[in-house]
Each structure stands twice: as C-alpha cells, then as structure tokens.
Write a protein that binds this ligand. Structure first.
Ligand code: GLP
Length: 239
C-alpha cells in the first residue's frame, strides 16, 4: 500500500485525478471501476476539467460502478446512476458505463450478469474507492466473512445513518443494495482509495494498522499488490 497524506481535500482530488488521467493516457481503452459518495466528487470535477481542456479523451473508456441501491424508482435523484450522470457522465465523452440495476426483477441474476460483463470486458484496470465510516468498501458491510462476487447486500445501520443526509427522512434510505463483492474489487489490477475528514480517521487507521478481517472489509486491501491510498490530514489523524 502506498499512502499519501495531503493537507487539503482539494489536493487529494488533484492527485487522484492525476493518477486516473495517467491510467487513461497510458491505456485509452481502460476499464475503470468508479465510486459514488461525497469523497470522489471533487476528483470527478478535476477529470471533467481535464476533459474540457482537451487533455483527457474518455471515448474508449468503459466504466463499471461499485454499487447501486435496490428499489429506488427510475430517475430518483439519489440513485447512484443519477449521481454518476450528474457528477461525471453528463460532462465527459465516456465510451460506456454500467451500474448494477437495483430495479431488476431477478436481483440474483443481475448480480451474475454484472460480474460476467466485467469479466467479458477484460476486468477492471483501475478501481476507485471511498471508505465507509465502518470500513465498508462498495456496500460490503462488516461481517463474518469477505464477500466474493457481486451480491445483494443489506446495509448496516451505521451506513443507513451516514447516508440519510441525502434523503428527506431516514425511512426513505433503501435497506438493500447491489454491490461488487470484495473478490470483484480485489481482482482489479490497481486500486485507488480516497478518504477525507475526521469521520473516516478510525476506519482508515484500522484499514492500515489493524488486523486483516471481514469486520473491517477495507483491511483486505493490504493484501493487494497495487493499492494507492490518498488521505487528507483529518482522515490520517490517527496514523
Ligand atoms: C457509501 C458508498 C461507498 C462510499 C461510502 C462513503 O455508502 N456505498 O461506495 O465509499 O459510502 O461515502 P462518502 O464518500 O459520502 O463518505
């Protein structure tokens, strides 16, 4: 794990965009794994500005998102597909993008076909990740075992509490999601994890210094050969 600590969230965003830009410049037909959440938003803004400046061409890039809520109505502003369009895809010339379909009738089958689509595209070259306050990645919540492939998951209460800020009331936060598995994430050729703010400091500390355990899902990343972690000072406070 290569760990960078920057003074400000803006620097994290610039550094993250630089790494993603380098990936695309070196392999214009890269398959990216993308993430939602407040953490990568400024990174996406930097990528949009590189695209607008004529530096980055996304036309041959394919992307697969980590996760999607189950059951939100089509076009709901807080669905992850809406988030990704608003914050990135509507502003760049992305070749293609996919998210798991949380409205699929057969969710198990949707998980299998999502996993297969990633494989058919040759696997993920670079996976961008945030981290939950409880150490989750994607929606792989703390538990007794690491998940393997894309799966239907039940959100932890702490995740529902953390995500309620995006909804009118806590009752509207979906209880379930489809998420790439820990195995899917670990198969990515490289991983870039970002964390900002003091609310992440404990999870970041446990990810880097604690035991590798499914109780802190992000800790498994220590056994991946190519992981870069970018933190602001607040998220790195306990290291
Ligand atoms: C969400 C997402 C994760 C994200 C995390 C942190 O629930 N499923 O992919 O990394 O929580 O979100 P934020 O960046 O808003 O803190």
């Amino acid at each position: 794990m290569v760990v960078h600590v920057f003074d400000t969230p803006a620097q994290v965003a610039q550094a993250a965009a630089a790494v993603i830009a380098a990936q695309i410049l070196q392999k214009p037909d890269s398959v990216l794994g993308l993430a939602t959440g407040s953490t990568p938003m400024d990174t996406y803004r930097e990528l949009i500005s590189l695209h607008r400046g004529g530096v980055l061409d996304f036309s041959r890039v394919k992307s697969y998102n980590l996760d999607e809520y189950v059951g939100l109505p089509d076009g709901h502003p807080e669905s992850y597909v809406s988030f990704m369009k608003r914050n990135l895809f509507d502003h760049i010339n992305i070749g293609s993008y996919s998210l798991p379909d949380g409205r699929a009738r057969d969710l198990q089958r949707e998980c299998e076909s999502y996993e297969q689509a990633i494989k058919d595209d040759g696997g993920i070259d670079m996976q961008l990740l945030g981290i939950g306050n409880n150490g989750h990645i994607g929606f792989n919540e703390p538990g007794e075992a690491f998940t393997y492939s894309t799966n239907l998951t039940t959100l932890a209460q702490s995740t529902i509490d953390a995500n309620k800020r995006f909804f009118d009331s806590i009752d509207q936060v979906p209880r379930q999601a489809l998420s790439m598995g820990i195995g899917t994430i670990m198969e990515a050729r490289s991983i870039l994890l970002l964390a900002l703010g003091e609310a992440k400091a404990q999870a970041v500390y446990q990810m880097i210094r604690g035991p590798i355990t499914p109780r802190l899902p992000a800790s498994i990343l220590r056994s991946h050969a190519r992981v870069t972690v970018m933190l602001d000072k607040a998220a790195a406070a306990r290291l």
